[in-house]
Design a protein around this ligand. Structure first.
Ligand SMILES: Cc1ncc(COP(=O)(O)O)c(C=O)c1O
Length: 395
């Protein structure tokens, strides 16, 4: 069976077609960068997933595939067992990735120039998907108080009544702040959206990475009204590190919304065809719960390591304590560097690639997102590089 210390294994991902490891040198023109940015993990997949995929590959034929009943059953059971959310089989719609699902939803339910609310700082591709679909973003920036992000409900109420605001992209758990929204927060947001006729796209693809002290509640699971006014993006890709096999299930309980979504999905020519993805999902949801729980323990230990390291060595850099995920939002503002100087120190001197906060919106200025889903030795190496580079620059 799976051994806990497998997460410590240093696996060389260079020359493995990894975006994180193989694209950075060309993109940033810096050699030997340690990439702690894109959200995938430097850990080997769960052994049972690899075994199931190998079995399919060894069968030897990669023809068109179907999603059998067992695919839907494993999805339904997973969300009920773990999150007490009852999903009907006919609410589950496959798309090759959550961003594809989001883009289809934007096209199916809004028109050009319509406004869509984002709660920044937020996952950068949300901005580009709104822009490329010729919609307009409206920001309901999160409030940062005592190192903790909260929704600004007064501001949200003001924004939802603007002309042509049709949709909100709600991110739970929130990337990059790591917030797992509490039931009261989700209820308040959902009620405002129903009152003002705003459709909620709830991106929940990080839900499997919520730490045990916090409770994940799916937006749609709150009430029938919320269910009917929402589209939820789910995927095993984050929790089980399967992003290279694009796969998402978009959950749409309302039959009216489902029909519109499917019409748009058909326009893209998307077929329900992904043999490796469907096998990986079923194996993950049916057989890899223990692996996921061990993974979260390891990530939590990495988080503690990161916090201790910063307190002892770079106390000016503050950790925004995440309630979920391996993405940690770091507040570098205490160092008083401008963006360019900090980027030079981190990228060119420390040679550590963190995701620059400015890409998450203006509210991300002075922040960086670090990905701690790596063996502890890699994390330690990156932090030491940052510490040494900052020391050299002390003014
Ligand atoms: C909140 C969120 N949504 C969507 C995605 C991308 O999902 P996909 O690769 O399935 O399009 C990510 C990836 O990190 C994410 O964090």
């Amino acid at each position: 069976m799976f051994k806990k210390n497998d997460f410590d294994n240093l696996i060389d991902r260079k020359n493995s077609r990894s975006e994180k490891w193989d694209s950075t040198e060309e993109m940033f023109k810096v050699k030997d960068l340690l990439p702690l940015w894109i959200a995938d993990m430097d850990f080997k997949n769960a052994p049972l997933i690899l075994q199931a995929l190998n079995q399919k590959i060894n069968h030897g034929i990669m023809g068109y595939s179907i999603f059998p009943d067992s695919y839907y059953e494993s999805t339904i059971n997973w969300f009920y067992r773990r999150y007490n959310w009852k999903i009907e089989k006919n609410s589950i719609i496959y798309t090759p990735g959550a961003m594809m699902g989001l883009s289809i939803a934007i096209q199916a339910f809004t028109n050009e120039k319509d406004k869509i609310i984002l709660q920044d700082p937020i996952y950068p591709p949300f901005y580009s998907i709104i822009r490329s679909n010729k919609r307009k973003k409206v920001l309901n920036s999160l409030k940062l108080e005592n190192n903790h992000y909260e929704i600004d409900f007064n501001d949200l109420k003001k924004k939802v009544i603007l002309d042509n605001v049709k949709m909100i992209i709600f991110c739970n758990p929130h990337n990059p702040t790591g917030r797992v929204w509490r039931k009261e927060e989700i209820e308040q947001l959902g009620d405002i959206c129903i009152d003002e006729n705003l459709l909620v796209i709830s991106d929940e693809i990080n839900c499997d990475l919520v730490f045990p002290e916090y409770k994940f509640i799916s937006f749609a699971s709150i009430s029938k009204k919320f269910e009917e006014n929402s589209i939820t993006c789910t995927s095993p890709s984050k929790g089980f590190n399967l992003s290279g096999i694009p796969l998402a299930n978009i959950i749409i309980p309302s039959s009216e919304l489902k029909t519109k979504f499917n019409v748009m999905k058909q326009k893209y020519g998307i077929l329900d065809n992904n043999s490796l993805g469907s096998i990986a999902l079923e194996t993950a949801y049916n057989k890899c719960e223990d692996w996921l729980d061990d993974l979260k323990k390891y990530i939590k230990e990495n988080l503690e390591f990161l916090k201790k390291f910063l307190v002892s060595n770079i106390p000016e850099v503050k950790v925004i304590n995440p309630e979920a995920t391996y993405l940690v939002w770091l507040d570098f503002r205490g160092l008083n560097y401008n963006n360019q100087t900090l980027e030079r120190i981190l990228m060119n001197e420390a040679k550590v690639l963190l995701w620059n906060g400015i890409h998450f919106g203006k509210s991300g200025k002075g922040f960086r997102r670090i990905n701690i889903a790596c063996p502890r030795l890699t994390l330690e190496k990156a932090l030491n590089r940052i510490k040494d580079a900052l020391r050299k620059n002390i003014r």
